[in-house]
Structures are given as structure tokens and as C-alpha cells.
Design a protein around this ligand. Structure first.
Ligand code: FES
Length: 143
């Protein structure tokens, strides 16, 4: 076997053996970002109350194409805060920082309160607020 044939043979073998892993990785990503179904009243289920309470912040990557975050309102025992987590500066997805109790943008470091109010730019507006409610054991959001 010539050297070039051997390298091609090994290359095909490596590709074939890694293909199932690549397919599994793509499938996992697709499921975790799947569009959440929206009801006739406009609300979309994004998770359970148990998940909200265990994680403190419940997020979903794709509610009508938009990433969202929901948390309990610290000002009221029953209320919820829900925001569109696309940064109004250049549309990076902001992340909740439990240490500072602020949403922080990984792109240019804008900061936002839990209710979406702007704390620090370069963003010039706060995060879009959404309606959120709980029905039985399900957390729902609506634009
Ligand atoms: S995209 Fe968020 S601060 Fe620029």
C-alpha cells in the first residue's frame, strides 16, 4: 500500500468512527433549542415551577425565535419577572449573574436589572419585558 493510500484509508476510518458522535451532538443541540409550542392565548410553556425554583432562573433558547429568562420577583412572593435576553445593543444573549444579581452581556458588558432595566451601557435601552405566569406546575411567557 502506498503512503497516500494509507493516509486516505486512515482518514476515512477516523471520519466513519466519529460520525455517530457528531450526529448525536447535533441532535442534542437541536432538541435543546427547539421552538417551544405557543398556545392560542399567546403563552408559551418554558418549563416547570420545580425547575424555576431549583435553578432560580429559567431560560429557553427559542420562544417564537427569541431567547427568554424567567425568575421569581424578589419584590413579591407570587410575581414573576420575564425578559427577552437579546441585548438591545447588538443582540448578544445576556446571562444572569447570581453574584451581582444582574443580567450581563458577554459581548460589550452592558448590565441590566432582573426586571430588564438598564444599569450600564453601551446599550441605551433595557431588556424587553414579557408577561409571565404560572398555571399548575408550568411556567408560561408571552410577548
Ligand atoms: S451586544 Fe450587549 S453590550 Fe453590546
Amino acid at each position: 500500500m502506498k503512503r497516500r493510500e494509507f493516509i486516505n484509508w486512515v482518514g476515512v476510518g477516523v471520519l466513519a468512527s466519529s460520525l455517530p458522535i457528531a450526529i448525536a451532538a447535533c441532535r442534542t443541540t437541536a432538541e435543546s433549542t427547539a421552538d417551544a409550542p405557543t398556545r392560542d392565548d399567546g403563552f408559551t410553556e418554558i418549563g416547570s415551577v420545580a425547575d424555576l425554583d431549583s435553578q432560580a432562573v429559567l431560560t429557553h433558547d427559542d420562544v417564537q425565535g427569541i431567547p427568554v429568562a424567567v425568575m421569581r420577583d424578589p419584590a413579591t412572593s407570587e410575581g414573576l419577572l420575564a425578559v427577552n435576553t437579546l441585548c438591545p445593543h447588538r443582540a448578544c444573549v445576556v446571562e444572569w449573574d447570581s453574584g451581582s444579581s444582574l443580567f450581563s452581556c458577554p459581548c460589550h458588558d452592558s448590565k441590566f436589572e432582573a426586571n430588564g432595566d438598564l444599569v450600564d451601557g453601551p446599550a441605551s435601552n433595557g431588556l424587553e419585558r414579557l408577561d409571565a405566569t404560572i398555571e399548575e406546575d408550568t411556567v408560561l411567557v408571552r410577548f
